[in-house]
Design a protein around this ligand. Structure first.
Ligand SMILES: *[C@@H]1O[C@H](CO)[C@@H](O)[C@H](O)[C@H]1NC(C)=O
Ligand SMILES: *[C@@H]1O[C@H](CO)[C@@H](O)[C@H](O)[C@H]1NC(C)=O
Ligand SMILES: *[C@@H]1O[C@H](CO)[C@@H](O)[C@H](O)[C@H]1NC(C)=O
Ligand SMILES: *[C@@H]1O[C@H](CO)[C@@H](O)[C@H](O)[C@H]1NC(C)=O
Ligand SMILES: *[C@@H]1O[C@H](CO)[C@@H](O)[C@H](O)[C@H]1NC(C)=O
Length: 501
């Protein structure tokens, strides 16, 4: 036997017997953060050194999409690998007193990985329901551990939301007449209102403990960190308040980036950095109505609430030293694809449901083209009547309907704030590679074959779409708003608890 054969045979034996341990997963998810908000995506004054490091040493996605221009539906699709219309997380978003939530028969990434023995945790913003006695909390959807606020932090009076130093009020107003925002530990409220000045430190400690425990127990783990940053209103603790060149938004994104850095440090310290896939993206485009205190979509058109690129194209980064080669990919990909990808890498089987995600190991390991052919753009409040508003196929995007959004007002582009629904026949057509800003409609008969193909894809997709019963349509009940002392009165004022964490 010559030496080449020997090497080949040993390699085969190694591949068969010494199966590499399954990788850990850290999923970082920012809130209302636009395509142009990170240093590594071109923002000139955003202080994001840790995310920039991930991008420099990982794979940066230029053509990555979420499924909705608002929070709850985008999160439902991320965690299930299915468009939100299937799970019923439409129209709009969930509220503190909502009766519905992500149906328990939906299978989340956490449940997929738990079946393979993973330890699972979520820190931060859930926004997929609370319900009666915590029916819809993440602990009911495959997460062993939860620390966080189960919805947006503006969904409660924010008079207690102060910036550092504590006597300075943060910019903006929040919802009044509801309970102040609760901080949950698993299914128990530990603070109400949550203390935002120390919240990020609390999250960092929790994440660190979780990683240490899993490594100590020799268990693979999945950590999901959906941050409150950079959703309105902006805040930051002592370490970051007033520190960025970009004002309150910059401080908030800087605090988020700092937490990312701390999580990475823990991965290094515990010796698992080379066996962990870290994936970063955000739920939807920037809330432009907050002006300079909202995010920035960079060269993408409009922002949150719209099906223009600024609403649904997001920065994304995949990082796994030694496995993912540093670089940039233009492959069409989506938050829908994360569940199938993690499942494949963990050796887990896929849930027995109609998935909309496709696995993207081809893209991560430069093995071949994207398996994703098209992306369908649902508005904030999808309906069977209108279906998808736009379709991307290859480099082309056709808009069948367009509509501005109050979330995207205040920019000079009138299309972002025009609230009337506009039907386009023929559809508006853009070449997103030549014209990512959707400025120049390709009209004329030369484009008929492209429009025909896109319309065929749309018809085929709509035919396969089964709308689940609307969970958000079930409405709300003030009695369901989370309260740390359920029997107290008068509500919501009496729901007030402080505890050291
Ligand atoms: C969950 O249950 C509902 C109500 O029975 C059903 O309509 C839906 O199809 C189920 N979803 C899944 C993913 O099984
Ligand atoms: C919800 O919790 C309350 C208080 O713990 C209890 O009295 C009630 O029976 C629970 N309801 C349901 C439907 O489990
Ligand atoms: C949350 O639940 C998990 C799993 O049951 C448990 O290990 C953990 O200690 C709980 N955490 C808290 C703060 O109760
Ligand atoms: C990870 O891999 C790099 C490159 O091979 C190596 O320098 C580093 O020590 C490894 N880190 C850990 C914690 O194993
Ligand atoms: C095509 O677009 C150009 C520029 O917007 C416009 O001037 C022209 O009228 C359009 N032609 C048709 C056939 O719509």
């Amino acid at each position: 036997m010559d030496s080449v054969q020997t090497v080949v045979i040993f390699a085969l034996i190694a591949a068969k017997c010494v199966r590499a341990p399954p990788p850990n997963f850290v999923l970082l998810f920012a809130d209302d953060l636009g395509y142009g908000d990170l240093g590594c995506f071109g923002h000139p004054s955003s202080p994001t050194p840790n995310l920039d490091q991930l991008a420099a040493n990982g794979l940066r996605f230029t053509d990555f999409y979420v499924t909705s221009p608002v929070c709850s539906p985008s999160r439902a699709a991320l965690l299930t690998g299915r468009y939100q219309t299937r799970s019923g997380i439409y129209p709009g978003v969930l509220y503190p007193g909502s009766k519905g939530g992500l149906p328990l028969n939906e299978t989340t990434i956490a449940e997929v990985l738990k079946s393979e023995g993973y330890s699972t945790a979520i820190i931060g913003k859930w926004h997929l329901g609370v319900g009666l006695n915590g029916t819809y909390l993440p602990t009911r959807q495959g997460f062993d551990n939860y620390l966080g606020i189960p919805y947006s932090h503006d969904q409660g009076p924010c008079e207690n939301l102060t910036c550092f130093p504590p006597d300075i009020k943060c910019f903006g107003r929040c919802d009044v007449g509801v309970v102040t925002v609760p901080l949950y530990f698993n299914e128990t409220i530990k603070q109400q209102p949550a203390d935002f000045l120390t919240l990020e430190k609390t999250y960092i400690n929790f994440a660190s403990q979780f990683i240490h425990d899993a490594v100590h127990n020799k268990q693979p783990f999945f950590l999901y960190y959906p941050s409150h940053h950079t959703h309105y209103p902006q805040y930051a603790g002592e370490e970051y308040a007033g520190k960025s060149l970009r004002g309150p938004f910059g401080d908030a994104v800087m605090e988020f980036d700092g937490t990312v850095g701390k999580i990475l440090q823990t991965l290094v310290k515990t010796g698992v950095i080379n066996n962990t896939l870290v994936f970063f993206t955000a739920d939807n485009g920037p809330e432009l109505m907050r002006r300079s205190r909202g995010g920035n979509a960079g060269l993408m058109k409009c922002g949150k609430g719209t099906t223009y690129e600024g609403g649904m194209r997001e920065p994304a980064i995949a990082y796994w030293p030694g496995f993912i080669k540093p670089g940039v990919t233009h492959a069409l990909s989506s938050s829908l694809d994360i569940l199938p990808t993690f499942a494949k890498l963990a050796g887990a089987s896929l849930p027995d449901v109609q998935l909309d995600g496709v696995e993207m190991t081809n893209i991560l390991f430069s093995l071949g083209p994207s398996e994703r052919q098209a992306m369908f753009y649902y508005p904030s409040s999808p309906s069977k009547k209108y279906g998808v508003f736009a379709v991307r196929w290859g480099k082309y995007k056709a808009h069948f309907y367009t509509q501005g959004a109050s979330h995207s007002m205040t920019t000079p582009d009138q299309d972002c704030s025009l609230l009337a629904l506009k039907y386009h026949d023929p559809p508006l057509l853009f070449d997103l590679e030549a014209d990512p800003s959707e400025n120049y409609n390709l009209n004329g008969s030369d484009w008929d074959p492209v429009l025909q193909k896109i319309n065929d894809l749309r018809v085929q997709f709509e035919a396969s779409m089964v709308f689940g019963e609307s969970e958000i349509g079930k409405g709300g009940d003030p009695a369901l708003e989370p309260c740390c002392s359920p029997e107290c009165s008068p509500k919501p004022k009496c729901c007030h608890c402080t505890s050291e964490l």
